[in-house]
Design a binder for this molecule. Structure first.
Ligand SMILES: NC(=O)c1ccc[n+]([C@@H]2O[C@H](COP(=O)([O-])OP(=O)(O)OC[C@H]3O[C@@H](n4cnc5c(N)ncnc54)[C@H](O)[C@@H]3O)[C@@H](O)[C@H]2O)c1
Length: 369
């Protein structure tokens, strides 16, 4: 069989330091017979030399448009907006299957170029579960940002710009220092604690020193009684990590916070789920997504009440790009190893079926033939 080639492109989104492939995943693919091309990229958390050292071939930055058309291009985030036809096979998050803004324009580029899209969000195993996701590190980073916001708030300050950390131990050390050595004594509630994001949030709280009893873990069973929940007002940090799939009563409301007066502990809400504009958002106390440069938004409360801040950043794993990329690409590895037989391997045939369906909708939307 011919050698399977794969081309890791650079990321063009600002602040995005994550990578779809890590050097260790690339090494395993090469061992399995792949030939891996890696675009030089200074923004990527891994150095070019780390890829070269495991046998990847370095190629020019952003040179994928002129790559041979039989080489699949792998990346993470959306391609820069353009009208150029796409003749290659692309493996990436494209965010165009749920009719997001510009969805049909993106798909029409594939239609005109004759390429194929395998969207990473829709690569699933036989049980329908995603083969690779960034949830764990989203929860981990969200809880970290929450702890930083609490520390700032205790000093009467607002949390400043967040910068990605080189690695997890640098993050934990920096957090502990900011928190005066440890976060012992802080109390947190994680809802959706059994999911990917929730497990990450719980683990971060453990690593920065919260007592196990001070990490309250809720999932479906605990919220079945229906909100709003007084228990949220009784912790310093509340982290929402649920996967919202239907209308549910709110977990927390303005009225509830106002009527508790100063008799509440809650200071920071981290909405990892970020269902900000969803009509069923169970935390209807804020209405915007926050950013790395402005990580918090204050909840508008009655005069004189202690502050509550919300963090609602929708790309949290970027705070910990090395570990997030490492985990994502190692979860993706078994599927990548099946790439040579993608015309029959279930994970790829299912993803292609979905692509064909979405392409058909886009062709109709754009009036193409
Ligand atoms: N902000 C970010 O950067 C970021 C990154 C990745 C994922 N996310 C989002 O985080 C959310 C969770 O993702 P995940 O991968 O952890 O999902 P998951 O399916 O692994 O976990 C979700 C958990 O929520 C629980 N849950 C669902 N409804 C609940 C309810 N009403 N009460 C209590 N628990 C409930 C489920 O039982 C499950 O344990 C998704 O909306 C996802 O889009 C955000």
């Amino acid at each position: 069989m011919a050698t399977q080639k794969l081309w890791l492109r650079c990321e063009k989104k600002e602040f995005e330091r994550r990578s779809a492939l890590s050097p260790s995943t690339a090494k395993k693919l090469i061992k399995a017979g792949f030939e891996i091309f890696v675009e030089r990229d200074e923004q990527r958390i891994f150095d070019d030399a780390e890829f070269e050292a495991v046998g990847c071939k370095l190629v020019d930055h952003n040179s994928w448009p002129s790559a041979p058309q039989d080489i699949p291009i792998i990346g993470l985030k959306e391609l820069p907006v353009s009208e150029d036809p796409l003749p290659h096979t692309h493996i990436q998050f494209a965010h165009c299957y749920k009719k997001q803004a510009g969805w049909s324009t993106v798909l029409s580029r594939f239609h005109r170029g004759g390429g194929t899209l395998y969207d990473l969000e829709f690569l699933t195993d036989a049980t329908g579960r995603r083969v690779a996701a960034f949830g764990y590190h989203a929860g981990f980073a969200g809880a970290a940002a929450g702890a930083l916001a609490l520390a700032a708030q205790k000093k009467g300050e607002k949390l400043g710009r967040l910068e990605p950390y080189e690695n997890e131990s640098a993050m934990i050390e920096s957090l502990k220092t900011t928190l005066g050595g440890s976060a012992k004594g802080v109390r947190a509630l994680v809802i959706g604690a059994l999911g990917r994001c929730g497990r990450g949030a719980v683990e971060l709280f453990r690593k920065i020193g919260l007592d196990e009893d001070d990490i309250v873990k809720w999932d479906m069973a605990e919220t079945a009684k229906g909100g709003p929940f007084q228990e949220i007002l009784d912790v310093d940090i509340f982290v929402n990590c649920i996967y919202l799939s239907s209308a549910i009563p709110p977990f927390l409301t303005h009225e509830q916070i106002n009527s508790a007066g100063s008799r509440r502990r809650l200071s920071v809400v981290v909405d990892v789920s970020c269902d900000t504009t969803n009509p069923y958002n169970p935390i209807p106390i804020y209405s915007i997504n926050t950013t790395f440069s402005e990580p918090t938004v204050p909840v508008i409360l009655n005069d004189g009440l202690p502050r509550v801040s919300v963090i609602s950043i929708d790309h949290l794993p970027t705070l910990l790009p090395r570990e997030a990329s490492e985990q994502f690409s190692s979860d993706l590895l078994p599927s990548l190893l099946e790439l040579p037989s993608r015309s029959s391997a279930r994970v790829w045939t299912e993803a292609e079926k979905l692509y064909t369906e979405k392409l058909g909708e886009a062709v109709q939307e754009e009036g193409l033939r």
